[in-house]
Design a protein around this ligand. Sequence first.
Ligand code: TIU
Length: 223
Amino acid sequence: MPSVAAEPGPFVFDLDSTVLVVIDMQRDFLMAGGFGESLGNDVSQLRRTIEPLAALMAAWRAAGLPIVHTREGHLPDLSDCPPAKLSRGAPSMRIGDPGAFGRILIRGEYGHDIVDELQPLDGEPVVDKPGKGAFYATNFAETLDKYGAKRLIVTGVTTEVCVHTTVREANDRGYECLVLADCVGSYFPEFQQAGLKMIAAQGGIFGWVASSPELIAALQESK
Ligand code: TIU
């Protein structure tokens, strides 16, 4: 079985039971002038993940392996958005308000969709989620079951928010998660660092951490 050099030790995976998960690589979070930047965030911290992630997705697809994408967002009538989430943030920057790329984090709007560089291929599932974690109020678990998934390669944004929530949820459900440091991003460098450390600490309390070139190398060796 392929093995990836990782913290806290090698991550060994099976090509038949491992899914690449790409979390919330949406224009609202990543594009200059979008929602993320309007909140005062530095989107370059997230955008550095696009290139390595595109390379990893190409290698993963070339190996014939499955990718599942997620998007955070809400129905146009906001009926799936808890009032406590909706009332967060300054007026004019709230979910559902008009933003540079359509209504912020609303399904069907341009800004809610995935950046051009990482668009899903036909047939790759896209799981729409109202929360930070991919399991809550979605068909993510059923989607993973269809692929017989036991292990997840976790990528996307943001490290300490949707990536962490999903990894924690997955860990409790029995999945082994490998998080790729160069393919996850946070607006806050200190959260990126601490978020990655928290995953692999204590013997891998939530999972493993490696970089995408190491995973791509392991894939190529397994051919
Ligand atoms: N996808 C995700 O992480 N949603 C967020 O709202 N992240 C922030 O860091 N704000």
